[in-house]
Design a protein around this ligand. Structure first.
Ligand SMILES: C[S@@+](CC[C@H](N)C(=O)[O-])C[C@H]1O[C@@H](n2cnc3c(N)ncnc32)[C@H](O)[C@@H]1O
Length: 390
């Protein structure tokens, strides 16, 4: 395990909560004959009803949570996204928005404020959220911060048919359960979780899904015969297919950290990309703090683009987050605001740096734009488009 400092100790009620989830996981391991895939383990850790990290009641995002996302860093992120949405809306009749995994509800709030400002409001802003706890937090925030727009926001349990508009997902795919593969001595196995004297540990077994064999062969063509551990996010690929099924006309913006295939399967990632976040400390041991820490893996954007293309979506653009925000007019927004308060100006400059500098979120985060039945190219996503890297 690598962590820069020792992790903080959970208090007794958090520890009790975690023990309860651990017990459930152990029961699941026994019921499954001695081991479960890492994807099943990650699913329980994050989404077990009432106990998983995202399903239970702790504050997850922002200063008092475990990690901070771009919409939490600055409203400028979501306001800029609103201008990309406008570009799509201009080509559509009666468009709506669907946001997946809306976290605290901050992005929805700031997007709606900006769309109201530029007179481009959708009739409906749908949110599809797996976590009941986060759904409640979103409802509260939206009712408090934008009561005049709250009646446009509506939570759905499943995708609507024949959707026209824009679909958004910021840091959603990285929270989907991944399978772990281990390549050694020219062979590939899947990594599972088992228990030994009630302690969870990794073990190896056969690939649990036929698609993993196809993906393993592709990965092997990149890494050759070296020993390597990596993750495969079949859930995100299936999720893209479900969006394709629902989207009649419009665009999808998938924003997350990750890489196209050629750089994803690099030697520097030979131990995989799993990361855990607990009270703003990152480390790489998912077998502790069950239900109390976030678990994530980097996104293979080539795999998402491939799934989109296989399901007849157009891959319309692939940009770094920095280029996406600059092309969306993040700096112009600040100028248009015309703030003269020096403190606010300094704060906005520092937020823009965090969102766009290569050493911060600017390069590690990417935006994959997908579209269907749009008559014109989306102009802003052509800036330093990197589709050739996919
Ligand atoms: C890392 S948080 C990001 C939250 C928010 N988008 C942001 O940027 O602040 C991941 C979010 O995705 C949600 N989520 C995970 N899988 C999902 C899925 N298949 N459909 C919808 N939401 C999902 C989680 O419950 C959580 O709200």
């Amino acid at each position: 395990m690598t962590a820069t400092e020792p992790l903080p100790m959970p208090d007794s009620s958090a520890q009790q909560h975690s023990d309860q989830l651990l017990k459930l996981i152990q029961q699941q391991i026994v019921a499954s004959g001695g081991k479960i895939t890492f994807a099943d383990y990650m699913h329980l850790c994050l989404y077990a009803p009432g106990l998983g990290y995202y399903s239970a009641g702790s504050e997850k995002l922002g200063q008092h949570g475990d990690f901070t996302t771009a919409p939490e860093i600055s409203p400028l992120f979501s306001r800029t996204l609103a201008h990309h949405i406008k570009d799509v809306f201009q080509q559509l009749e009666q468009p709506n928005i669907i946001e997946f995994g809306a976290g605290s509800g901050k992005m929805a709030t700031d997007i709606l404020i900006e769309l109201a400002h530029i007179q481009c409001l959708p009739a409906q802003y749908f949110i599809i959220e797996t976590s009941a706890d986060l759904r409640e937090r979103q409802q509260l925030k939206i009712a408090q911060l934008i009561p005049h727009l709250a009646d446009r926001v509506c939570w759905l349990n499943e995708l609507p048919h024949h959707f026209v508009g824009v679909m958004l997902a910021n840091e959603v795919c990285d929270a989907m359960p991944v399978h772990c593969l281990k390549f050694s001595d020219g062979n590939v196995n899947e990594l599972y979780i088992e228990q030994h004297q009630s302690v969870l540990q990794w073990c190896e077994g056969k690939l649990s899904h036929p698609l993993l064999a196809t993906r393993a062969a592709e990965i092997k063509s990149f890494i050759g015969n070296i020993d390597y551990v990596t993750e495969v996010n079949l859930a995100a690929e299936a999720w893209i297919a479900s969006l394709a099924d629902a989207l009649q006309q419009g665009a999808v913006f998938v924003i997350d950290y990750g890489h196209p295939k050629h750089s994803y399967y690099h030697l520097q990632r030979s131990n995989g990309t799993l990361m855990c976040y607990y009270q703003h400390q990152g480390h790489d041991n998912p077998l502790i703090l069950q239900g109390l820490q976030d678990i994530t893996a980097h996104i293979d954007f080539t795999a998402l683009a491939q799934s989109a293309a296989d399901n007849d979506l157009d891959v319309a653009g692939f940009q770094s987050q920095a280029d996406f925000l600059i092309a969306g007019g993040i700096t112009e927004l600040v100028q248009q605001d015309g703030n003269t308060n020096e403190l606010l100006m300094l704060q906005q400059a520092s937020e823009i740096k965090r969102l766009t500098l290569p050493s911060e979120m600017g390069e590690n985060f990417k935006v994959l734009a997908l579209s269907r039945n749009l008559a014109h190219l989306l102009p802003r996503i052509q800036l330093r488009d990197q589709r050739y890297k996919l």
